[in-house]
Design a protein around this ligand. Structure first.
Ligand SMILES: NC(=O)c1ccc[n+]([C@@H]2O[C@H](COP(=O)([O-])OP(=O)(O)OC[C@H]3O[C@@H](n4cnc5c(N)ncnc54)[C@H](OP(=O)(O)O)[C@@H]3O)[C@@H](O)[C@H]2O)c1
Length: 163
């Protein structure tokens, strides 16, 4: 099973602030939906609660240390490994790790692929994506886009794979 990180990150590595995103980029939301729909997805409890409803058309697996955490129509696990094992056991070809920062930190050690959306701007934030080590990760795809009337910042859809 391919284990894929999915993240949108600014030029100064910000991914969030006050448990929310810091930009509104419909093109990235569309890309996110197209890429992850029909798959199993997993995320940290805080990222889940930033929306607090399951992403439709995907099996949502929440990672928490709490014993009694429950959300309707979601699976709850207590580690990233456990979440990924559910994907393996259910014959998934690719599974998506959706963050946030705490879960990305763990995921960078085990992921095979990163779908990185670069949002070209500098933002204030309180949550950051770790440095992507270019001796470990190879860029295999890049699609650059200008800002437009709906998307206020230039952006790039990048795919990286582990060497
Ligand atoms: N730009 C993007 O692509 C993107 C994507 C996702 C999220 N975000 C942003 O990132 C921020 C949230 O990230 P975050 O780092 O604060 O939180 P997070 O990674 O989403 O969730 C952290 C929670 O996950 C659980 N957890 C973490 N490590 C664990 C482990 N080893 N075992 C079991 N459970 C574990 C804990 O839940 P309990 O406390 O319940 O035990 C912890 O509080 C928000 O601002 C969000 O908008 C941005």
């Amino acid at each position: 099973m391919i284990k894929s990180i999915m993240v949108a990150r600014s030029d100064n590595h910000v991914i969030g602030k006050d448990n929310d995103l810091v930009w509104h980029m419909p093109a990235d939301l569309k890309y996110f939906k197209e890429t992850t729909s029909g798959h199993f997805v997993t995320m940290g409890r805080k990222t889940y609660q930033s929306v607090d409803k399951p992403l439709p058309g995907r099996l949502n697996i929440i990672i928490t240390r709490q014993d009694d955490f429950y959300r309707e129509n979601c699976l709850v696990t207590h580690s990233l490994d456990e979440a990924l094992a559910i994907g393996e056991q259910n014959g998934q070809r690719e599974m998506f790790i959706l963050g946030g920062a705490q879960i990305y930190k763990l995921a960078l050690d085990v992921a095979d692929r990163i779908y990185l959306t670069e949002i070209h701007g500098e933002f204030e934030g309180d949550t950051f994506f770790p440095e992507i080590d270019s001796s470990i990760w190879q860029e295999v795809k890049r699609e650059d886009h200008e800002a437009d009337e709906k998307n206020p910042y230039p952006y790039s859809f990048v795919v990286l794979e582990r060497y």
